[in-house]
Design a protein around this ligand. Structure first.
Ligand code: HEM
Length: 390
């Protein structure tokens, strides 16, 4: 059977700032919907998304995971744009430095930094949670992780945002961001070990290359990926956290009353507002999904955000419930490419939630704004007002 089709443009500004009605409309059309506007097959349901991500033989990453040819070419050679067995090798090198053991030392530092940041902020009557927490905090974490100093630190936010934006189709946002993503690529391709803080994870990746544990030239790719994948996503997740606690004060009160809910609350933030709303694959052969056939060689829109709101998998999916603990959400992907940095992202999210919950009794938020962005679902401003210190 041919999948049902829709003329919806996933990258229209009004869809990007509020994608949830579109997710519902597409899910109701089917688990697979052909998007005539972009010539894509969208996977919309939780189960079909999970199955596709677990099946790299039929849903391949080798032709890139973005929605334009330029980015898919630029991604060649990275773990993101590879399938097993090549992927297995690249992935081992990349995740070696992000294992819980490797991150153990960093965890305490991240917690202390989050507490210190919130302690400074609660002295002010109001602040913008995006500028002061969501942007500032992950930049510090990733910069320390990689061991960046100087020029790179100052440019990380622009570079990280551009690296995600160019995953989109060839629209204006992508065109404007290509030169900025190119700066990041240029910087990473000439970076040397002595530019990084001795003992940092980035420095260690070069040590691994020097010792022949990873192929020559791989260290620069890995550092590029930490920056490209690890910043804008975490920024979105942390901003979404504050916005959701502001919108649902009873949820914040529950976490304050029981700090063991912190990991569950962060999982629910990630499920409710998936930071990466769509990602891509290409079918290697004709594939039957939910009774519909996707032709081989088709570009797929893997709608992680729609899967996370699938009522067949999560009861009352549009309700934000910090006790739900949806550990199986799709926001970190699934299968061989499942986010290599999720341990770090979870540490960052938990540290911020704990710092807010221990130092703030209650707060309100002013008018929030989302800026349309091709891949990440994040807020541009979340004013925190009416703050009562704990
Ligand atoms: C809340 C924050 C984050 C979210 C929502 C997120 C999301 C994702 C998703 C959806 C994928 C799967 C891509 C695919 O299937 O093709 C992925 C992969 C990846 N992520 Fe994350 N990520 C986050 C934070 C981080 C951090 C902090 C780092 C590292 C510093 C990181 C590094 C990576 C890398 C290297 C990959 C590629 C893995 C591979 O190709 O095997 N991510 N991430």
């Amino acid at each position: 059977m041919t999948p049902r089709s829709s003329g919806i443009d996933l990258w229209a500004a009004d869809v990007l700032v509020d994608p949830y009605p579109t997710y519902r409309a597409l899910r109701e059309l089917g688990d697979v919907v052909y998007l005539t506007h972009s010539n894509l097959y969208a996977l919309t349901g939780y189960d079909v998304i999970k199955d596709a991500l677990a099946d790299p033989a039929r849903f391949s990453s080798a032709q890139g995971v973005g929605f334009n040819d330029g980015v898919n070419q630029a991604l060649q050679g990275t773990s993101l744009a590879s399938d097993p067995p090549t992927h297995t090798q690249l992935r081992a090198a990349l995740s070696e430095n992000l294992t819980p053991r490797a991150l153990r030392g960093l965890g305490e530092q991240i917690k202390a930094n989050a507490q210190a940041l919130v302690a400074r902020l609660v002295k002010q009557p109001s602040f913008d949670a995006i500028d002061e927490i969501a942007r500032r905090f992950p930049i510090g974490v990733v910069a320390d992780l990689v061991g960046f100093q100087g020029e790179a630190r100052a440019n990380m936010l622009r570079w990280g945002q551009a690296a995600m934006e160019v995953i989109g189709p060839m629209n204006q946002r992508t065109v404007e961001n290509f030169p900025i993503a190119g700066e990041l690529y240029g910087y990473c391709s000439q970076i040397t070990q002595d530019a990084l803080t001795p003992g940092s994870v980035g420095w260690g990746v070069f040590e691994a290359e020097n010792n022949g544990m990873i192929p020559a030239g791989a260290a620069r790719h890995i550092i590029h990926q930490y920056l490209g994948a690890g910043l804008d996503t975490t920024l979105a997740a942390i901003g979404n956290t504050v916005a959701l606690f502001g919108r649902f004060p009873e949820a914040f009160a529950k976490v304050r009353a029981d700090l063991s809910l912190v990991p569950s609350a962060f999982n629910e933030v990630l499920r409710y507002y998936s930071p990466v709303h769509v990602w891509s694959r290409v079918t290697t052969q004709d594939v039957e999904v939910g009774g519909a056939t996707i032709p081989g060689g088709s570009r797929i829109a893997v709608m992680l955000g729609a899967g996370n709101r699938d009522p067949r998998h999560y009861a009352n999916p549009d309700i934000f419930d910090v006790t739900r603990n949806p550990i199986d959400h799709l926001s970190f992907g699934y299968g061989p490419h499942g986010c290599a940095g999720q341990g770090l992202a979870r540490m960052e999210g938990a540290a911020i939630i704990e710092a807010l919950a221990t130092q703030i009794k209650s707060f309100r938020i002013g008018e929030v704004a989302r800026a349309p962005s091709n891949v990440t679902v994040s807020f541009d401003t979340v004013p925190v007002i009416g703050l009562e210190v704990a």
